[in-house]
Design a protein around this ligand. Structure first.
Ligand code: LAN
Length: 742
């Protein structure tokens, strides 16, 4: 039995068709009932259950998803009792046993609807947005939730009393002020010892005037910053003619969907009325009297601990014009712009069933909809109901997830990992359920308003999380398709995803390829790289357009190669060309040391695995000049070998992502090790000792019941913010062992 602390037992994850809701003492599955329970807790109860969420950030800031996992394991775990393959070599036998144990443990974490729920926290600027939405709209979370949020925020305070952008990061003004304000909104007294120290951190680093622009935005909403201290978001830009290269329809969809509601709030200068808390916070956050601050001057003040990208001269020049336009704006044009924005916000809400594309616009759209239609409107109530989809409980408290989950992504990877060797067939029920989830998650129709609001055609695609959320992603489509093909090959499932649906997925994949031969994330690249000069965020890089990435491209190439084998007749010359140009893109992205940089996970080991996997699969099949492919693989393998640690493993830290150079972790990491091993095995690397040493490291780290430890954070976005993928610690070791056993 795993130890489930009694405080953890109050929380139970309810899942349905991929939806996640953490319920407090749920008696029935009625959502309102457990929210009531969560509001009715007594102070004594709170003291008791929050004690069980004390968490030692300083031994490892990454929680191990123990609340969900320990309950699931205690409920379902049984040692594997079936027939396991017996072989003569004791080394091979060890790997086989570890693999079966690993899958057996992991399959207990699968929910009844077929996906693998998991902690998707990490960034620290998300929960504050949601709390601000709840504060301004006077729609508080139930008491139990509020207490759990406090616990989480305190648990992640750094030794210097500040907070980072994400759980592993050093303190920044953005992180610190946002968590500070959140704790105050949650009712923590300003004389709380940890807040006094945090205030010192803020003061010592120049005060909250230096918060980066996204923070300036949130503080303006709270009436803790003057809107004049925020560069204009020029709402009229949404009325630009579509052919202009700077029209926002061409931005990366996340940037577009965040700056859209921000522009509405800016146009309406939304702010909470002054009250005792706000007046007090104005004194707490600044080194000077609030009334004396020269706001226009603060537009460009950014604490140096926060600066990741520096504003370009073009941006400064543009800000000069748009800020001055505010003084003489045309009211009818402003009205036309905000009407348009509101219409767009409503469309996004409806298209995503009020989940929205991500956690940031989820919070800001809620604010806009509350402002436009009021607290009692149907639209606002629908927003509030979906706040809970973004909350997650782990042993470090209650956090906001970086998405409404990573459901489809994890399920597709898990399926492929399990099916890579025949031993996966020992788990037919698990795979049957995965298939049901993959079937459910494929997007089957288009929204009525999809062209009007610039959505890429999506029938046949797969999303990252759930069909309800419904934003299709290129490489999620590839992974969904690859997992489907693997399941069909296994003979374990009745193929419900028929030929027509497979062809729709292929068509979508093809439609996603960029002119540079690569694949981006959600859409085609819609404008030029120079648009990055207008990136106003200071804390993120490369957010303005959707770029082609090595990993996304490799996933799509791999999937198309598999399709060519199974459906050789279908669009074969088009697919042939797509694969060839995709491969050239991948080869071009390779660094001189043989590695590839990974934009969506940490980091070089991740993308190098993708690069080798795609090239290895294509080699010898006439898509490209084989000499080039062989050379590329050799270089990549040499890179990996040069990074192997003495214990046989590999390990990178998140700084690989932000600094763009391989940054070795103090200890080997199971996830990095599994990626490196998968890559070397895909390349059929000659020196088997290297691979065996890596496999031994994975075997040593496995626990008795088949889990692996939660080590460093594995995911990233926009170079500078990290995100947790709690299932990676199981998926990739399982996959590497499957490949080894095969
Ligand atoms: C994700 C998660 C999944 C990820 C992969 C599929 C792994 C990747 O291969 C393509 C990009 C994608 C879809 C991706 C993009 C950026 C996201 C959506 C996220 C990292 C999850 C959260 C993040 C989002 C931007 C967070 C909100 C922050 C903002 C700066 C708006």
């Amino acid at each position: 039995m795993l130890k489930v602390k009694s405080g953890w037992k109050n929380w139970q994850l309810l899942t349905e068709k991929g939806r996640h809701i953490w319920a407090f003492k749920p008696g029935s599955s009625n959502i309102n009932e457990h929210l009531q329970n969560a509001d009715n807790v007594t102070d004594e109860e709170v003291i008791q259950f929050t004690e069980d969420f004390q968490f030692d950030k300083f031994s490892n800031p990454n929680s191990g998803d123990k609340v969900y996992r320990h309950a699931a394991i205690n409920e379902k775990f049984q040692a594997f009792a079936g027939k396991i393959l017996q072989v003569e070599s004791s080394e091979a036998q060890q790997a086989i046993d570890a693999l079966v144990k690993g899958i057996n443990y992991y399959s207990c974490l699968q929910s009844d609807d077929g996906h693998w729920p998991g902690d998707y926290g990490g960034p620290l600027f998300l929960l504050p947005g949601l709390l601000i939405a709840s504060y301004i709209s006077e729609t508080p979370f139930p008491k139990a939730h509020r207490e759990m949020m406090k616990v989480y925020l305190f648990n992640h305070q750094n030794k210097d009393a500040g907070w980072g952008m994400h759980i592993e990061g050093e303190s920044t003004m953005f992180g610190t002020v946002m968590q500070y304000v959140s704790l105050r909104i949650l009712g923590v007294d300003k004389n709380h010892e940890q807040l006094i120290k945090a205030r010192e951190w803020i003061g010592d680093n120049g005060g909250a005037t230096g918060i980066p622009s996204w923070g300036k935005f949130y503080l303006s909403i709270l009436n803790l910053y003057d809107w004049q201290g925020f560069n204009s978001l020029f709402p009229e830009m949404w009325l630009f003619p579509k052919w202009l290269p700077v029209h926002p329809w061409r931005y990366w969809c996340h940037t577009r969907m965040v700056y859209l509601p921000m522009a509405y709030c800016y146009a309406e200068r939304i702010k909470v009325p002054e009250n005792a808390l706000i007046l007090s916070l104005r004194q707490e956050l600044y080194n000077e009297a609030f009334e004396t601050i020269d706001w226009p001057k603060q537009r460009t003040t950014v604490c140096e601990k926060d600066c990741y990208t520096t504003p370009s001269p073009v941006l400064k020049w543009m800000n000069f014009f748009t800020n001055n336009y505010e003084k003489c704006k045309l009211p009818w044009l402003r009205k036309k712009a905000t009407d348009y924005i509101l219409k767009y916000l409503n469309a996004e809400d409806e298209q995503t069933n009020y989940l929205n594309i991500g956690p940031v616009n989820k919070a800001i759209n809620s604010i806009c909809i509350w402002h436009a239609y009021g607290k009692d409107s149907e639209q606002f109530k629908k927003h509030v109901a979906r706040w809970y989809d973004y909350l997650w409980v782990a042993e470090d408290g209650m956090k906001m997830s970086g998405y409404n989950g990573s459901q489809l992504w994890d399920t597709a990877f898990s399926t492929r990992a399990i099916l890579e060797s025949d031993l996966g067939k020992l788990f037919p029920a698990t795979l049957e359920k995965s298939y049901q989830f993959i079937d459910l998650s494929q997007i089957k129709s288009e929204h009525a308003t999809h062209t009007e609001f610039f959505r890429h055609p999506m029938i046949g695609s797969w999303p990252f999380s759930t069909a309800e959320q419904g934003w299709p992603v290129a490489d999620c489509t590839a992974e969904g398709l690859s997992a489907t093909l693997a399941l069909h090959h296994s003979g374990l499932v009745k193929p419900i995803i028929d030929e027509q649906r497979i062809k729709q997925a292929i068509d979508t994949l093809l439609s996603y390829q960029n002119a540079d031969g690569g694949w981006a994330t959600y859409e085609l690249t819609r404008s030029a790289k120079w648009l990055e000069k207008l990136n106003p965020s200071e804390v993120f890089a490369d957010i303005m357009i959707d770029y082609s990435w090595t990993e996304c491209t490799a996933a799509c190439v791999i999937s198309l190669l598999e399709i060519q084998e199974d459906y050789p007749e279908y669009k074969s010359s088009e697919i042939h060309k797509a694969v060839s140009t995709g491969l050239s893109f991948i080869v071009k992205q390779q660094k001189t040391d043989g590695s590839w940089y990974g934009g969506w996970a940490v980091c070089f080991t991740y993308a190098t695995w993708f690069g080798i996997e795609a090239i290895g699969k294509a080699k010898g099949k006439g898509y490209c000049d084989d000499a080039i492919l062989v050379d590329s693989i050799n270089k990549a393998c040499a890179f990996l070998v040069s990074r192997q640690k003495t214990d046989g493993g590999w390990g990178e830290t998140f700084e690989s992502c932000s600094k763009l150079v391989y940054t070795e972790a103090a200890t080997s990491q199971v996830v990095n090790t599994a990626w490196a091993l998968l890559a070397l095995m895909a390349a059929n690397f000659g020196d088997k000792k290297i691979i065996e040493n890596g496999i031994n490291m994975l075997l040593k780290r496995q626990s008795d019941i088949g889990d692996w430890p939660q080590e460093n954070i594995s995911g990233v976005f926009n170079y500078n913010c990290m995100i947790t993928y709690s299932n990676y610690r199981n998926i990739f070791p399982i996959w590497a062992l499957s490949r080894y056993c095969r």
